[in-house]
Design a binder for this molecule. Sequence first.
Ligand SMILES: Cc1ncc(COP(=O)(O)O)c(C=O)c1O
Length: 375
Amino acid sequence: MGIPFIDLKSQYKRIENEVRGGIEAVLEHGAYIMGPEIRELESELAGYSKVNHAVGCASGTDALVMALMALDVKPGDAVFTTPFTFMATAEAVALLGATPVFVDIDPVTYNIDPAALKKAIRKVHDEGKLRPKGVIAVDLFGVPADYDAIEPIAKNNGLFLIVDAAQSFGAVYKGRPVCSIGDIACTSFFPAKPLGCYGDGGMVFTDDETLDGLLRSVRVHGQGTDKYDNVRLGINGRLDSMQAAVLKAKFAIFPEEVELRNEVADRYREVLAGVENLVTPTVPEGCTSVWAQYSVLARDAEHRAELQAKLQEAGIPSAIYYPLPLHLQQAFAYLGYSKGDLPVCEGIGERIFALPMHPYLKAEDQQAIAEALAG
Ligand SMILES: Cc1ncc(COP(=O)(O)O)c(C=O)c1O
């Protein structure tokens, strides 16, 4: 057996009875959509995230679309975000007819650079073509963005703040769970995420009662008093009861798994210290990560190819997040960005690659990974 990139099987073996019991309960009561598991999960995860409201939904992508719809994002609006993220972050903005404005990243955390954000807002303001409307910060790989800097920038410019916590549910920024930050926070329960289900799923978090009402309405086709009273446009964005049952079983061991992920990350830092020209990740002071990915930096693109080849030879999987930043993707060609526009992000994109990361990664496997890289 080789080293898996993510080990969902070991996790399943630990909680098999609880998962099966949860799914069987859904089969018995038959409320496959919006069954009691949804509210129970929403309440558990809201409590864990120290936030008033949580709204389960069908994916992390739908979480972002619902958040943007609840915040009334429209054509002509500019929403500032990072180009170094998964497609969904900016896609959600564009699907609503608004314009994603890409802002370069911090070279250490790979998250949106607050100084560049300030400049980008000023530029859009001065050009006068788009209305600056909001910011979507992404906690890439599970590391929180720089909220002490981002929050006042958003506030002073009258912009909303959405936290894309698809990769960071469970992470903490200076004592604050990341899903309690911003006007709305969104997460994903895609199976490979730190808290994942056995299909697609997501959740939206807010402290604001009005936004909670809007999110619940948008989740079911803009429903008013019932689903055949449609007071606004919405989507079919519901989380199903079976996925909620799976998540409830997984959530019971999630805090322990976050600790295990941090132990794995600590061990990586130790064993990789001897690999020349390899930069291991940094978690800013006062923050914790949930290590959705353990991404390291090679010296340059050639060095990365060499290191990935060494891993492959040893039967160890690795992956690149993300091979092409969003501002250079064909889908966003209409925005008119060119290579060289966001140099920090483009440079990191040529050097970064991710190593196997999951709570059950053994010390000897990590040693073998370090030896393959150093060999
Ligand atoms: C940063 C980020 N945002 C949004 C998403 C979208 O989540 P989903 O795949 O559940 O739609 C992902 C998932 O990969 C993500 O990593």
